[in-house]
Design a protein around this ligand. Structure first.
Ligand code: SF4
Ligand code: SF4
Length: 466
């Protein structure tokens, strides 16, 4: 178990030290994402194929990278990729020695992961109790937002889960598909390590069309994942996809992951949701397809115990001061699930902490913004790198964009690592999920001493409120 050994601040900035009982890190203990996959402890964070709330993506990426995630899956949007890359860079600066791979999600057709809710707030009856606002797990619905009076769906936050749709008494909430053009794909793939293709049984021709846009970049990818819900003829369909992307004459150079999307977009915390994904995982595993099998869609804290109970995960044990590892899955079929991806469950786990971060930083950003109303906007490239990517018209954080380099308050107040107490809490919380899967192997793999020195030294760490 890794624990926070010391937490405080110094003239150089916040000091955060995470330690494991192991005195040092042995080179052989350092895991790469591919090793995690081979050894059945691959952990993927799904930020959401439509989720575009850039500060949250940056901070989730940072926290889960520090917690030991192997992959971060984000929307196919240059600004989102940039935000995740910033999170990874922040993790690197904090001493993270095994960064997760960055993955981008694409779809070959209509898909609930690639949509956003829309409605007209002017049509809402005055006496509606607003169940849409209450149910939304992403705080993506607002009425008369204090920052700017916005009412309706905050598009950047909505990830299309659909929970608000059936609750509207006047059925006015609908969805709009989000899509990118094939021409954007090469530039997106140049920025990431891996791609995930969301498909459904029976869409072979659509899949082929999408693959034609991906194929030129395939040789530099580290991983191709294919995400598919269950359906009649699923296994034959997946085989036909593999035959297409990896024909004997030109086999794919990187591994394939079959993401079994048991209950798409469920976000459910119950045991029932995980049963669906485990069942689908078993089905694909039994088919012996060439590639790793990784669960998603309905994954939560019940998933790993369920997999262990069914003997589908390699069970690590501590022998002396070593942790046993699964026989590497370099050949297929394997009898073990290679990993688990967590979406809404992983994000919601950290949302109370990120909400505290918002509450702490937003008023300060607003105050600075107000104080700078008459100041010229900055063209500083360093400021653009910190704030430009957060320029979302419906996002309160974009208020910080008017801060100039001369401002006494640092622009990245919304960055998790500026608040050592919240960073420690977020990493600890993320680790409760990551270590479920990684087990004792994670203890020996990471003995991290993280010393945090702000990139912009002129800015002090904010004190804890109260
Ligand atoms: S409930 Fe789901 S679909 Fe509705 S606004 Fe929130 S995230 Fe979007
Ligand atoms: S449930 Fe429907 S009518 Fe009620 S506030 Fe939400 S969108 Fe408006």
């Amino acid at each position: 178990m890794i624990f926070v050994q010391a937490l405080g601040s110094s003239p150089e900035g916040a000091i955060l030290v995470l330690c494991s009982p192991a005195a040092s890190v042995r080179a052989t203990d350092l895991y790469t994402p591919l090793q995690s996959l081979r050894e059945g402890r691959w952990f993927k964070l799904i930020c959401g194929a439509s989720f575009q709330h850039l500060p949250a993506i940056r901070n989730l990426t940072l926290a889960y990278a520090l917690a030991g995630a192997d992959c971060v899956d984000v929307a196919a949007d240059p600004a989102v990729i940039h935000a995740a890359q910033e999170g990874l860079q922040a993790a690197l600066r904090l001493g993270c020695d095994r960064l997760p791979w960055l993955m981008v999600s694409l779809n070959d057709g209509e898909d609930p992961h690639f949509r956003k809710a829309v409605f007209d707030p002017a049509r809402c009856p005055a006496d509606c109790p607003r169940p849409c606002e209450t149910i939304c797990p992403a705080q993506a619905i607002t009425f008369d937002r204090s920052a700017d009076g916005h009412s309706g769906v905050i598009a950047s936050r909505c990830y299309g889960c659909g929970r608000c749709l059936p609750l509207c008494p006047i059925q006015q909430i609908t969805t709009q598909a989000t899509a990118i053009t094939p021409g954007m794909i090469p530039a997106l793939l140049a920025e990431v390590d891996a791609v995930e293709i969301h498909t459904q049984v029976g869409r072979l021709s659509e899949f082929r069309r999408l693959w034609q846009a991906i194929a030129p970049a395939a040789s530099r990818l580290r991983l191709v994942a294919i995400s598919c819900p269950d359906g009649d003829g699923l296994i034959d369909y997946l085989r036909s996809l593999y035959d297409y992307i990896s024909p004997p004459s030109a086999p794919l150079a990187c591994p394939v992951v079959w993401q079994t999307d048991g209950r798409p977009m469920s976000g459910d915390i119950g045991d029932g949701a995980t049963r669906a994904t485990v069942k689908l995982g078993q089905k694909v595993l039994a088919a012996g397809l060439p590639g790793y099998v990784q669960l998603a869609g309905g994954t939560n804290r019940h998933t790993v115990p369920k997999l262990h109970a069914l003997g589908l995960l390699y069970r690590q044990e501590t022998v002396g001061d070593h942790c046993t590892t699964a026989p590497p899955q370099s050949s297929f079929p394997s009898k073990f699930i290679a990993g688990v991806a967590y979406g809404s469950y992983a994000r919601v786990l950290l949302s109370p902490i990120l909400e505290r971060l918002d509450a702490r930083s937003a008023p300060l950003l607003e105050a600075v913004s107000a104080a700078q109303t008459n100041a010229p906007l900055s063209n500083s490239s360093s400021y653009q790198s910190h704030l430009g990517s957060y320029d979302s018209p419906d996002d309160p954080v974009s208020l910080g964009r008017s801060i100039t380099p001369q401002t006494a308050i640092e622009p990245s107040l919304a960055h998790l690592e500026r608040h050592a107490d919240l960073l420690a809490q977020a990493v600890a919380q993320a680790r409760t999920l990551v270590t479920q899967l990684k087990g004792c192997a994670d203890e020996s793999a990471v003995a991290v001493a993280l010393s945090h020195k702000p990139a912009l030294d002129t800015i002090p760490i904010l004190p804890k409120p109260g």
